[in-house]
Design a protein around this ligand. Structure first.
Ligand code: ZN
Length: 164
């Protein structure tokens, strides 16, 4: 599979991420696929989900670690469907540039909205995350009008390793 190179300036704007190799399983996602996360992120995710659950908030896991190869397949499939690379890169990272490669990013859903939609911001799951996620080391990576030029993704949260 040969992808066209990313557009000029993309590599200056969007950070590159290395593929994590130390991963552990955290069960299945809402689509029935096995999800793996980096070790620390997995522990924090499970603690966060349990805490939310105790408050009656059900955080649905939609996606975790994704390999560079898998990301290339996703982009390739969209190119084959006739989308331009520029359009694809508004919503999908170029392979090598997805935070999901680190195993620290999770896409979170709610039973009350369509998965991976902006409507997630209106759910109690999102409200809970805004209030509590930071305590578990998770932050919203792509707020509205972010400097990366990536679409607003209220569902995408990343676990940042504690700085020593
Ligand atoms: Zn994501």
């Amino acid at each position: 599979m040969n992808l066209p190179p990313p557009p000029a300036g993309y590599e200056d704007r969007v950070p590159r991420f290395a593929e994590e190799t130390r991963l552990c399983g955290v069960g299945r996602d809402a689509f029935g696929r096995e999800v793996r996360l980096a070790v620390e992120a997995a522990t924090s995710w499970e603690a966060m989900r349990a805490e939310a659950g105790r408050g009656g908030v059900k955080l649905l896991l939609l996606s975790g670690f994704r390999s560079v190869e898998r990301q290339a397949e996703i982009v390739q499939k969209k190119l084959a469907a006739g989308l331009t690379l520029e359009a694809i890169l508004r919503v999908n990272a170029y392979p090598g540039f997805s935070e999901h490669h680190t195993g620290r990013a999770v896409d979170i859903g709610s039973a009350d909205c369509e998965h991976l939609s902006e409507a997630f911001e209106t759910t109690r799951e999102f409200a809970w995350l805004r209030q509590h996620a930071a305590r578990f080391g998770f932050t919203l990576s792509y707020p509205r009008d972010n400097a990366f030029g990536i679409a607003y993704e209220p569902w995408h949260w990343c676990h940042l390793p504690k700085s020593e």
